[in-house]
Design a binder for this molecule. Structure first.
Ligand code: CDT
Length: 310
């Protein structure tokens, strides 16, 4: 049986504050059709793909915050995407803001198979930004205020003929994210992101945003011998520039497909899951070469320690 998964990275341009979910879903359906024309098996959409990136605004009341959240999935707004995907026999990864029945809020992604079934769910673990209004910033980044830390770990599920791992945006900067999924045997990691070009606490690094985006995803792919599919919401959204850089990365760390612009755009690549062994049987043969006794500090502490603590 073929171990090649044709993956589409479906970048989205900006979503306006007043853009209804029906518009975002229509745009995703168009991208899905385009992906199908290129024989894709799986389409990866960005983080929080149904609305504008709302953590850029300070909000106080539950009503104003929760209008950006989904109370169920699929729900009537998103059902047309599920229906089309099932009709075309194509799977997808979708990011959205989740409001649970008991009132918890998560930054969530789901993986849907070709039959329209949700086969994977992930709630973002690394929440960047801050809790309170910081008026000195040109825009806020209030993910810590609006979301709880994900409580599903880093899932790796059997889907599309292989093992698929999930994470979201800021998670991609942390080597632990990839290693946990690498240890679970992930052969492809899918992730969406919204990354502002301007980072107010350290603007001197703004010119490095695209470099850092690639650096972390290529390193994560290579060091764990896995495919990585990183998909942006890009462009000038409500006055805030978001980087593009959507790409598909091979287990060798090489970029094999990438979007060119900052608008809605699809790129497709055939991903041979057996290629993970090129790395995993060799330089990153975990069972042979890892030395976990020497890594205990990684889970023993959150912040840095002083001195030579074993
Ligand atoms: N969405 C998200 O996680 N964005 C962050 C922005 C930088 S931290 C304020 C990222 O890591 O890309």
């Amino acid at each position: 049986m073929s171990r090649i998964v044709n993956v589409a990275a479906a970048q989205m341009g900006p979503i306006a504050l007043d853009e209804p979910r029906s518009s975002a879903v229509s745009r995703m359906m168009a991208l899905l059709r385009e992906a199908k024309d290129e024989h894709a098996d799986l389409v990866v959409f960005p983080e929080l793909a149904l609305t504008t990136f709302f953590p850029r605004w300070y909000m106080v009341t539950d009503a104003e915050i929760e209008r950006f959240f989904e109370r169920g999935m699929p729900n009537p707004d998103v059902q047309p995407l599920f229906d089309l995907a099932r009709e075309l026999s194509i799977g997808f990864n979708l990011g959205y803001a989740e409001l649970t029945p008991d009132g918890q809020r998560f930054n969530t992604a789901i993986l849907v198979d070709k039959a329209g079934q949700i086969v994977g769910k992930y709630r973002k673990v690394h929440l960047p930004g801050h809790f309170d209004n910081e008026p000195w910033r040109p825009f806020q980044h209030l993910e810590k205020r609006y979301f709880e830390t994900g409580n599903l770990g880093f899932p790796v599920v059997e889907a599309f003929g292989g093992k698929v791992g999930m994470c979201i945006c800021n998670d991609r900067r942390w080597p632990e994210t990839y290693r946990v999924m690498g240890l679970k045997g992930a052969e492809m990691i899918v992730l969406g992101y919204n990354t502002p070009l301007h980072y107010p606490p350290a603007p001197e690094h703004d010119y490095l945003q695209d470099f850092h985006n690639r650096l972390v995803m290529q390193a994560g792919a290579y060091q764990n011998g896995t495919w990585v599919v990183g998909v942006a919401k890009a462009g000038r959204e409500e006055g805030c520039d978001l980087i593009g850089g959507t790409c598909i990365i091979a287990p060798t760390g090489e970029v094999v497909a990438e979007c060119a612009g900052l608008e809605d755009e699809v790129v497709v690549a055939p991903c041979d899951l057996d290629r993970c062994q090129e790395i995993r049987s060799n330089v990153f043969n975990f069972a042979l070469h890892r030395e976990p006794e020497n890594y205990q500090l990684i889970t023993a502490t959150k912040g840095a320690v002083s001195g030579d603590t074993k």
